[in-house]
Design a binder for this molecule. Structure first.
Ligand code: SIN
Length: 532
C-alpha cells in the first residue's frame, strides 16, 4: 500500500461501522446549512473535530453580502466580486452566488435568524471593502454566531441527523474513484469508526493554523483539503491566502477580528505617527479590496519600522459604537482600549483561503459521491481575493445546491452496496517526533516566507524546510490527534508553497516581489492532484 494514501493502518473487518445516506464533515455554516437543505428522508451524520459550536463561521463578524437595496442588483454584486477577484474568478460560479443570494437569505430568516432591521420589512445594509453599494446584512457584529446558533439549534431537532462531536475525519475510503465513506477517529470512544455513506460532503473550513497569527480557531488545520488530496481529489488556487487587514494587535490577543464593517462605518487607518495613509495607495482608500489594504498596511509598517498600525473611529460616539459593535467594543475594553477615545492597534493576520478542493457549482468534485462546500471548497467564486462578506454566503448558496444535487443523485441511482472489504497496511513506523516544535516552526516559516508578499528565494527556503519535515513524517505511524494534524499541516504547507512558486506573477492575495506585475497573457490556474 502506498504510504501516502492513508494516515493509519486498518482492516474494515475489525472496525466499528456506521451506515448513513450522507456524511458531512464539519459543523460551520456550510456543513450545517447543507444538512438542513438535504431532504429529511435521508439519514445524515455530521462529524466535527471539536464540539459543534466551534467553527470559523461562528467567529464571522461583518455579515452576509446580498443585493437588496434600491439601485443595487446581482449584476453589481457580480461586478464587485469579479473586480476584487483580480481576474481569476470563475464567472459561472459567481453568477450562481449573486443570483441565488436573496432566496437563501430568505430561507435563513424563515429559520429564525434575526438580522438587524430598519423596520419589520427592511434589513439594515452596511458597507464593506470593494462593495459599490451598501449590501451587508448583519446581526450586530456577531453575525456568524447568530446564524450558526440558529441553524445548529434546528439541526439538533432533526431526527434524521446525528452529530458526532470530537470525531476527527482521517481519510476518505474510496474504491475505483468512488467515495464509500470516511474513516474517523472518535476521541471519546478512543476508536476508529468507518462511516459508510452514499455521499460525503467536506465542509471543514480553512487552514489558518499554518500561520502564526490567524482569525481562525485552533481546529483550522486543513484536514479536509488533505484527506481529499490523499484520496485523489483535485485542489485549486492554494497560493491565494487572504490576510485580513485589521486584526487586533495586543500582546495578549493577535487573533481577534476588528470587522471591516468598522471601516465601512468610516474608520480610518493611521500609521504609528498618527498619519492617514490609504489615500496614497488606492482610490477606494480604507475600503479598497482586502489584499490591497493588507499590503498597504504591511508597507506602512515597514516604512515606520513598526509591527502595527491604528484604526481610528474615535469620531463616532460611545453610544453608537457600543450599539453597532457591541462585541468589538466589549473586547477592546477588556484590553483597556476604549474605541470611542483610543485608536485600536491592528495588523493583518491570516483570515481565509481562496483555494481548496476543486468543485463545480453543484459542489461535485472529481471523486464520485464526494462533494465540498464553503471555505474548504474552491469553485472559483473568490478568484485571487475574496470580496468581503461573500464567505458565509458561499456556504449558504452552494450548501443549498449540494442539498438539491444529493437528492437527485441518491434518488436516481440504485442504492449502492454500502459495504467494503479493505485491509490497509501503510508500512508506517513508530517515530519519536516533537509535533509541537514542527508546528511552531512551520507557522514561523509560512508567516515569514509565504505571507502577504513572497519571492522565489523565500519560497525556496520555506520549501526546503517543509520538505525536510515531510521526509521525517511521511512514513510516521500516526497514533493520536497531534500526529494526524501535523501530517496535514506539513502536507498542506508543502502544497501551498509549491503553488506559490508556480505562480510567477502578482495577482490578488498572491504578491511576488520578484514578479510584481499581473500577467494576463500567461494566465494559468494551479490545479493539483496527487499522482496515484
Ligand atoms: C469582517 O467582518 O471583516 C470579516 C468578514 C469577512 O471575512 O468577509
Amino acid at each position: 500500500m502506498d504510504v501516502y494514501r492513508y494516515l493509519v493502518d486498518f482492516d474494515t473487518k475489525d472496525l466499528i461501522i456506521e451506515n448513513h445516506d450522507v456524511v458531512i464533515i464539519g459543523s460551520g455554516i456550510a456543513g450545517v446549512y447543507t444538512a438542513l437543505e438535504i431532504p429529511e428522508k435521508y439519514s445524515i451524520a455530521i462529524l466535527t473535530k471539536e464540539s459543534i459550536e466551534i467553527s470559523n463561521s461562528v467567529l464571522a463578524q461583518g455579515g452576509i453580502a446580498v443585493s437588496l437595496d434600491k439601485g443595487d442588483s446581482p449584476e453589481l454584486h457580480f461586478k464587485d466580486t469579479i473586480y476584487a477577484g483580480a481576474g481569476l474568478c470563475n464567472e459561472e460560479s459567481v453568477w450562481v452566488l449573486v443570483k441565488e443570494a436573496a432566496e437563501n437569505i430568505d430561507a435563513l430568516c424563515k429559520f429564525g435568524v434575526e438580522f438587524d432591521r430598519k423596520s419589520k420589512n427592511e434589513l439594515c445594509l452596511s458597507r464593506e471593502g470593494a462593495h459599490s453599494k451598501n449590501r451587508i446584512i448583519h446581526a450586530g457584529d456577531t453575525t456568524g454566531k447568530e446564524v450558526c446558533d440558529k441553524l445548529i439549534s434546528i439541526v439538533k431537532t432533526r431526527d434524521n441527523v446525528v452529530i458526532k462531536e470530537r470525531t476527527f475525519a482521517l481519510d476518505l475510503v474510496t474504491e475505483n474513484n468512488v467515495c464509500k465513506g470516511v474513516l474517523a477517529y472518535d476521541e471519546d470512544k478512543d476508536a476508529y469508526i468507518l462511516y459508510l455513506a452514499d455521499v460525503v460532503v467536506c465542509a471543514t473550513g480553512g487552514f489558518g493554523q499554518l500561520y502564526l497569527n490567524t482569525t481562525n480557531p485552533e481546529v483550522a488545520t486543513g484536514d479536509g483539503v488533505c484527506l481529499a488530496y490523499r484520496a485523489g481529489a483535485e485542489l485549486m488556487d492554494l497560493e491565494f491566502i487572504q490576510f485580513h487587514p485589521t486584526v487586533l494587535f495586543h500582546p495578549e490577543n493577535k487573533s481577534f477580528l476588528i470587522s471591516e464593517a468598522v471601516r465601512g462605518e468610516g474608520a480610518l487607518l493611521k500609521n504609528i505617527h498618527g498619519e492617514r495613509f490609504m489615500p496614497k495607495y488606492h482610490e477606494l482608500n480604507e475600503l479598497a479590496p482586502r489584499d490591497i489594504v493588507s499590503r498597504s498596511i504591511f508597507s506602512e509598517m515597514k516604512k515606520t519600522k513598526s509591527d502595527h498600525v491604528y484604526l481610528d473611529i474615535t469620531f463616532k460616539g460611545r453610544d453608537y459604537l457600543e450599539h453597532r459593535f457591541p462585541n468589538i467594543y466589549k473586547t477592546c475594553m477588556s484590553y483597556g482600549i476604549d474605541m470611542s477615545k483610543d485608536y485600536i492597534p491592528v495588523a493583518p493576520a491570516e483570515h481565509y483561503c481562496m483555494g481548496g478542493i476543486r468543485t463545480d457549482v453543484w459542489g461535485r468534485t472529481n471523486i464520485k459521491g464526494f462533494f465540498a462546500c464553503g471555505e474548504t471548497a474552491c469553485n472559483g467564486i473568490h478568484g485571487a481575493n475574496r470580496l468581503a462578506s461573500n464567505s458565509l454566503l458561499e456556504g449558504l448558496v452552494f450548501g443549498h445546491k449540494i442539498g438539491t444535487e444529493i437528492d437527485s443523485l441518491i434518488s436516481k441511482c440504485e442504492k449502492r452496496q454500502k459495504s467494503i472489504n479493505l485491509k490497509v497496511e501503510t508500512g508506517r513506523c513508530a517515530k519519536n517526533v516533537d509535533t509541537e516544535e514542527i508546528k511552531q516552526d512551520i507557522k514561523e516559516t509560512m508567516t515569514k516566507y509565504v505571507g502577504i508578499t513572497r519571492d522565489k528565494e523565500g519560497l525556496e527556503k520555506a520549501k526546503q524546510k517543509v520538505d525536510t519535515y515531510y521526509e521525517i513524517i511521511k512514513d510516521m505511524k500516526n497514533t493520536n490527534i497531534r500526529h494526524y494534524e501535523i501530517q496535514n499541516i506539513v502536507l498542506l504547507s508543502k502544497l501551498v508553497i509549491e503553488s506559490a512558486l508556480e505562480r510567477k506573477e502578482s495577482r490578488g492575495a498572491h504578491f511576488r516581489r520578484d514578479y510584481q506585475e499581473r500577467d494576463d497573457k500567461n494566465w494559468k490556474r494551479n490545479i493539483i492532484k496527487r499522482k496515484i
